[in-house]
Design a protein around this ligand. Sequence first.
Ligand code: GUN
Length: 294
Amino acid sequence: MTAAIIIDGKEVAKSIRQGLRPRIAKLKENEIVPGLAAVLVGDNPASQTYVNSKAKACDKLGMYSEVIRKPASLSQEELIEIVEGLNANRKIHGILVQSPLPEQIDEPEVTVHLSPEKDVDGFHPFNVGQMLIGRGKLLPCTPHGIIKLLEYYEISTEGKEAVVVGRSNIVGKPVAVLLMQKGKMANATVTIAHSRTSNLREVCGRADILIAAIGRANFINADMVKEGAVVIDVGINRIDDPNREKGYRLVGDVDFESVKEKASYITPVPGGVGPMTIAMLLSNTVTAAENIGC
Ligand code: GUN
């Protein structure tokens, strides 16, 4: 068995962005510049990094972007007011409220105040419901990005055993829905495992496609992976590393070094799923602008 093919998320993300250019040009012919607003509450360093890279990515494609920064003391009512202002703002086609939010804010309650047609995260219950019945227009970015990675590498999901480890609303649940759907890049037999699954090693060992989204550094090791499996690592965990200037480095949920010897394909961290999330966010913003049409 040779070592796994390393899935290059940066390359796939670039091809997605290139595909957006003619769509953006067409919108501009109609005097529409797709616009994304990101709302950042508090000073979580990882969130600041994400939001800054989203704004930069918009600039590079000639899209409009705004970042609204508010202190961690912001009230729920104030945040809802900001969201409602953006719903009515004609320059903005996509709205993203960066997670995590401070504890005084009830995140799902804020989400229902987003206009579903500007909900580029795909988190509004209307969009979640549309996705569930196979009619989603704005799909959650990370799950959709995972499907695009598989598609780019021509990895078939048809009839395959897919195991998703993690049941979050952002990744685990929606990626399971997309993989089980009827249709192209779907039709998989899906199992969702999580922290309370008693025979996790056995369940993971069944997977032709294993998706790790649990948020625990290096949690999936080679013993849990079937020979030849496709392994998608969604984790972004900081671990201390005194040899790095910042004092930490990023690792995934998968023990990359051991698993790459057993898998047929594997995503690295960083450079795997991460770049796809931003590419799909841009894609959803362009789609939202096309759908809104002004
Ligand atoms: N925090 C981490 N990932 C995401 C995401 O995809 N969307 C939002 N809004 N917040 C996040």
